[in-house]
Design a protein around this ligand. Structure first.
Ligand code: ADE
Length: 225
């Protein structure tokens, strides 16, 4: 999989996407992630990428020309399965969307900044608009990090234990069951006996029961879906 990200602040993306599991995924060539600085496609001494909005009002808007240049160059090199715009008024990201995106070959992500992008960018290029939740961030970069992390960890070979993503919260509309590690007892708190039993059928059953109970308590809406 290849992911290209267009942004006015590439540094904001680098650390979250170049450490830990994301780094390993790239080292293992399971994903390629490229950052494109929108200013490299801007004109003039100031390399202007934004301007005041027509009709007045606070906040700058990202201009269409540099974005068009950047997207067109990338599109001339390969075909993108999705061109995603990160925005608080997009569809709310969920596990199903991450699963779907993890099957794509090439994804292009545009991060909004300031007041957003000229509407014509959305009309012309964007195939999908995604929000990471009902709150407003300073830009789409942190949202893009969340999206990329959630998608890349699903690619086969990224996680050490290949099956472990299958047991994540939300994968079957259930939250994950509790997990324990050593010691067996800590300040009178014991690891549930079943987990020490070695009986894997019982353990599976217990985990499913706990996942269901946990979901019922915290997210009953998931059970209705
Ligand atoms: N940009 C600003 N707020 C955002 C959000 N909630 N999700 C995605 N991109 C954003």
């Amino acid at each position: 999989m290849r992911i290209d990200i267009i942004t006015v602040v590439p540094d904001l993306l680098k650390s979250p996407l170049q450490e830990s599991i994301m780094k390993r995924a790239q080292d293992k060539k399971l994903v390629e992630i490229y950052f494109h600085d929108l200013r490299d496609y801007a004109q003039g001494n100031y390399r202007q990428v934004d301007d005041a909005q027509y009709g007045g009002g606070a906040g700058m808007v990202l201009m269409i020309e540099p974005i068009d240049k950047c997207i067109s160059r990338l599109q001339s090199e390969r075909k993108y399965d999705e061109i995603i715009y990160m925005t608080p008024d997009g569809e709310t990201l969920n596990q199903k969307t991450c699963n779907t995106l993890s099957l794509k070959e090439n994804i292009l992500i545009l991060c909004g900044h300031y007041k957003g992008v000229d509407q014509r960018v959305r009309d012309l290029f964007i195939t999908r608009e995604i929000s990471i939740g009902d709150y407003v961030l300073s830009g789409g970069e942190l949202g893009a990090c969340v999206l990329v992390d959630a998608v890349v960890r699903l690619l086969p070979g990224v996680l050490n234990d290949e099956t472990s993503a299958l047991y994540d919260s939300f994968q079957d509309d259930l939250l994950a069951p509790p997990v324990y590690t050593r010691p067996e007892e800590y300040k009178n708190l014991k690891v549930p006996e079943v987990l020490l039993s070695g009986n894997f059928a019982r353990i599976d059953e217990w985990r499913h029961e706990m996942a269901y109970k946990h979901t019922q308590e915290r997210r009953p809406d998931l059970l209705k879906e």
